[in-house]
Design a protein. Structure first.
Length: 276
């Protein structure tokens, strides 16, 4: 029996199931990758205190990572919401001490409704400790702006320069995601030499909760299966675009992408790839 590749997500738990480790694990499963998780925080708003982020201890985080490593083993990992300086330091320490070859860092800072998912004092340690370890980082436009000290990014040309500048932080690849800009959904990948644009049609829907998590998880899954970073981005862009197209909601709140869409609908979006 050929066993599936193994991937772990180090991220927050989203109680509504649309983002965070829930989105990551659904994506891994859809792409036939064995998924594991390290919960860094529980994201759920208390009705009386209004507290939205409930952090886990570094002891609990280390216990989860070591258990997964010993019990199963890890081919690839991705990080998502880490929130605090202390948790980022612990995640970086655990990753550095492991033999995991594939590392995807999604520098989660801003939620779908502009909710804050990274403490102010944690940005520097994210840039200095975690980003340099990554095979690929996957910031959206607001996150790229934060990493570049608040620089405005409003065009694809801005994204291109942002990818070039973020590469200087040390990752092998930078993927700047342009989903929040107007026009077609264009993402820019940079490897230190070549800029590549991945373009998909913009889907007219508000139900995109967890799209960024899903995208980076799909990249991780495809890389775990042996695809190069550009190939993984291409396939993941198709996967998440189809998931967005069939997004839905059960209430009057923003709903999730449909992780099973590519399998259930038998569709995969064609992505335009262009060297810039």
């Amino acid at each position: 029996m050929n066993l599936p590749s193994r991937a772990i997500t180090i991220a927050g738990s989203a109680a509504g199931g649309s983002a965070g480790i829930q989105a990551d694990l659904k994506t891994f499963q859809e792409l036939d990758v064995y998924g594991m998780s390290v919960v860094t925080a529980i994201v759920a708003r208390h009705p009386e205190t209004d507290k939205n982020v409930h952090l886990q201890t570094t002891e609990a985080i280390e216990a989860q990572f070591v258990t997964a490593t010993r019990q199963v083993g890890i081919d690839a990992l991705k990080t998502g919401m880490l929130f605090s300086e202390e948790i980022i330091e612990k995640a970086a320490e655990l990753i550095a001490s492991s033999d995991v070859k594939i590392k995807v860092v999604d520098p989660v800072m801003v939620g779908k409704l502009d909710s804050k998912l990274l403490a102010d004092d944690a940005i520097d340690v994210l840039k200095e400790r975690l980003v340099p370890m990554a095979d690929v980082i996957t910031p959206n436009v607001p996150e790229a702006s934060y990493l570049l000290d608040g620089r405005a990014l409003t065009t694809v040309d801005d994204m291109k320069q942002a990818a070039i500048d973020l590469h200087e932080l040390g990752p092998q690849y930078v993927l700047v995601k342009g989903g929040r800009l107007k026009g077609e959904a264009v993402d820019v990948l940079y490897d230190g030499e070549t800029l590549t644009a991945f373009e998909a049609p913009r889907i007219d829907t508000e139900n995109t909760s967890g799209a960024g998590c899903t995208y980076s998880a799909a990249i991780t899954a495809y890389m775990a299966q042996g695809h190069s970073v550009p190939e993984a981005v291409h396939l993941a862009k198709s996967f998440v675009t189809t998931a967005i197209e069939y997004g839905f909601t059960y209430t009057d709140m923003v709903g999730p992408t449909y992780h099973a869409a590519q399998r259930m609908k038998g569709e995969a979006h064609k992505i335009k790839v262009e060297k810039l």
